[in-house]
Design a protein around this ligand. Sequence first.
Ligand code: CAA
Ligand code: NAI
Length: 246
Amino acid sequence: MRLQNQVAIITGGANGIGYAAVERFAEEGARVILADYDEETGAGAANHLIEQGYEVTFLQVDVVNRESVQQLVEQTLKTYGGIDILVNNAGITKDAMLAKMEPADFQRVLDVNLTGVFNCTQIVLPHLIEKGKGKIINTSSVSGVYGNVGQTNYAASKAAVIGMTKSWAKELGRKGINVNAVAPGFTRTSMVEKMPAKIIEQMTSVVALQRLAVPKDIANAYLFLASSESDYVHGHVLHVDGGIQM
Ligand code: CAA
Ligand code: NAI
């Protein structure tokens, strides 16, 4: 068991990559807080895993709202008595070409994908510092690394997540806290399924492995970065993209 008795909060855990991560972490012995805005799917997903004997608790959170994140952290401490791992996985897209992008859609994507990561990490941090150890895993994207047509807001948010990851690695290393990011390639979740079919085809053709990722491909990278196997990996951006050339 690679995460025996570790307490992990995974944001955006109700769907897609986040759900695959909740499942993988639970399989490896973690006690997992499945934190998501989507109450119905989140509670259903947690119940499904509890029925299989895993230690999973659903807590509703809006990562944009600091009060909501504060409650998430307090409830986690009440439920499991501490926090060891934070996976900042929640994220959204609101794609449009630059000329057509609504300022409100630009702002909303920054609010969830960037400010949400800041909120969760800042509010969890005192509890990791108190323990003198911890793992923070942030979710970036190939769009944040290379840029992408129609993703001004999203690419900006995901590039900024890399900047925060590297800054936090410098600040928090001496506190015993590991900070890394994963930059997934196109992964078969609702985020990709809503793209035009032609663009999905085009994106698949530029992946060296000639397939899109499945959520478990990304969850396994989170698992590595959450486990003690990665204790000397720090301030790193792990590309899990099948060798994409964007
Ligand atoms: N590369 C090059 N050109 C592209 C392109 C691409 N990837 N995507 C669109 N274009 C071109 C189109 O061919 C079109 O060209 P013409 O004007 O010469 O015909 C022009 O850009 C405008 O495209 P649309 O007609 O599609 O414009 P639209 O306003 O109807 O839609 C859009 C714009 C919403 C951005 C739509 O193109 C779209 O959904 N694109 C996909 C964006 C994308 O890749 N999103 C990733 C989502 S998954 C994710 O975000 C996860 C992750 O981290 C990777
Ligand atoms: P998804 O849409 O399947 O799941 C995202 C989850 O985040 C949903 O359950 C949603 O309810 C939750 N969420 C959204 N806003 C929230 C908020 N304000 N507070 C709390 N929860 C919220 O998406 P997917 O594909 O699983 O993405 C997970 C992460 O991976 C995101 O950060 C995404 O940007 C990133 N990513 C995804 C890629 C892909 O191709 N699917 C590629 C690269 C990165």
